[in-house]
Design a protein around this ligand. Structure first.
Ligand SMILES: [Zn+2]
Length: 191
């Protein structure tokens, strides 16, 4: 129960409810759940190019990077995996992704070297990318990160765009509805 309560968004009451559910279910369910959790830990790792999750063999690229139908000329930079999934649900974006795994946050001691920024710059040097869409959240840290990236990317001759308004300031991409997110993507502006 204590382990369940550590999960994000799960308070003690919910942890209790989940634990009772597992206890009441068939023992096979608990075993399957434990096996699924272990499988995630053992198999899932980060793609060496875009840092999305993948369960492919070691050092192999993820599905987003290898899908030949996706456009190499656009790279969408997101804070985390959940944002990438939210954008993917809109079915509007057909380019590649780059997951930063966080945002700049001096107060929490997160600087550029803690994010996958160096990897992004290296990657952009040897791929035919024309546009980088910065899809960090519209909050203070997300905006600061977008500004920081723009200063690095513009001198490289890249078109840098930012998702349009529609996502409220302080809002969270992950929880934006599909229509709002699709609109923000199609009406993105150059910065
Ligand atoms: Zn990838």
């Amino acid at each position: 129960m204590a382990q369940l309560a550590k999960l994000p968004g799960i308070g003690e009451k919910t942890a209790q409810r989940l634990a009772f559910y597992v206890l009441r279910a068939q023992p096979e369910y608990a075993r399957a759940l434990a096996a699924a959790l272990l499988e995630v830990v053992d198999k899932v790792r980060l793609c060496p190019r875009c840092f999305s999750l993948t369960d492919g063999p070691n050092d192999s690229l993820c599905g987003y990077c290898t899908d030949a139908r996706r456009d190499n000329r656009q790279v969408c930079v997101v804070e985390g995996i959940a944002d990438e999934l939210a954008l993917e649900r809109t079915r509007e974006f057909k380019g590649r992704y780059h997951v930063l795994h966080g945002v700049l946050s001096p107060l929490e001691g997160v600087g550029p070297e803690q994010l996958r920024i160096r990897e992004l710059l290296l990657r952009l040097q040897d791929t035919p990318v024309e546009e980088v869409i910065i899809a960090t959240n519209p909050d203070i840290e997300g905006e600061a990160t977008a500004l920081y990236l723009t200063r690095l990317l513009k001198p490289m001759g890249l078109k840098v765009t930012r998702l349009a308004q529609g996502i409220p300031m302080g809002g969270d991409l992950e929880y934006a509805d599909q229509a709002t997110l699709a609109r923000a993507l199609s009406a993105r502006r150059e910065i």
